[in-house]
Design a protein around this ligand. Sequence first.
Ligand SMILES: Cc1cc2nc3c(=O)[nH]c(=O)nc-3n(C[C@H](O)[C@H](O)[C@H](O)COP(=O)(O)OP(=O)(O)OC[C@H]3O[C@@H](n4cnc5c(N)ncnc54)[C@H](O)[C@@H]3O)c2cc1C
Length: 354
Amino acid sequence: MAPSASAPPSSSPYDAELAIVGAGPVGLYAAYYAGFRDLSTIVLETLPLVGGQIATFYPNTEIYDVPGFPSVTGGELVARLYAQATTFAVDFRLGEEVTALARENGVLRLVTRPIAAPGSHPSDELSYRVGAVLVAAGIGSFSPQRIPDPAIAAFEGRGLRYFPPAPDEVRGKRVLVLGGSERAVDVAVTLADTAAAVTLVHRRDRLPVSETVRHRLDASPVHFLPFHELTALHGKDRVQAATLGDRRDGREQRLDVEHVVPCYGFHADSGTTGRFGARTEDGAILVDSRMASDQPGVWAAGDGATYPGKVRVLAADFGEACTAVNNIAAVLLPDANVFPGYSSHRKGAARRPR
Ligand SMILES: Cc1cc2nc3c(=O)[nH]c(=O)nc-3n(C[C@H](O)[C@H](O)[C@H](O)COP(=O)(O)OP(=O)(O)OC[C@H]3O[C@@H](n4cnc5c(N)ncnc54)[C@H](O)[C@@H]3O)c2cc1C
């Protein structure tokens, strides 16, 4: 593992004292607490972005039940969680899926698979020696439904992407968004703020979206093209144009575009929680009141953890992350208490001598 700003003390047998699996809201808040407790920490996340379900499914939706926020959009909440987590030197490894956990001489070894590398091979596996693992893997790894046509798939990373580009990346460019879901409309309308033109293509004429979302689309400059589907992409190094077929009569039209964003939904692989040897119930790791599983060194919090009386909402999830990390600190760090002390009594990060 490459050295990181949050490297453990040189005498440590670990690459990082704590590994957090998942950079959803729970993983992000746990990362903040891990920094606050001065644990050297890596966060491993399958997706190329942080924020889990919030960032993937409802970044522009208002959330009303997060403490202290009468209303906050998903995107803003994730941005604030990330800003708080990165107050400390936490090592985020995006695009890396945790596939297995092994034990070697009392040290945990987490095995990961890089997702970003197209056609990645088992020999591409990475591994990390860690003192504890906090599973914050939510409903599991999700991956986008990809277009199977190999000629189209060949453009992935070269203009074709399943996670939308940032609005700044499409400034002055032409964008094609595919799909009829609320997410597809949301992506199209959001990118239309900066793009030169956005076309939303759907196979049918009816969009299965709420009235509010439909109004947002109608009030935006997005060009909605019903009854069409993508049949080909063209370009030398990158996407330059797309062919769209009319499903009613088979006629084709060519559209010049630089970015193509299919929004055809996600597959969830709920297998993650079963990879740590811990007892599970309904796909979630069973934990005690400290958020510890029945496997030494394996802890869980958030949607991927369960116990009697569990409430699956963010407000409760954040408390679980706090409880888990403080109990992990008390196990891993000599002389550390479970109680972290009040953050208001502390200025900045008082780090342990290395
Ligand atoms: C449409 C919708 C609306 C919602 N609205 C609300 C609301 O208003 N209020 C509320 O409190 N809750 C709401 N929720 C629920 C809330 O989003 C979840 O409870 C919350 O996201 C759980 O956070 P998490 O971090 O535990 O899991 P997730 O958000 O699922 O994040 C887990 C992360 O772990 C990653 N991961 C999984 N497996 C691996 C692996 N093997 N290796 C590496 N990374 C991995 C995933 O890619 C993901 O990024 C809503 C959920 C949805 C879908």
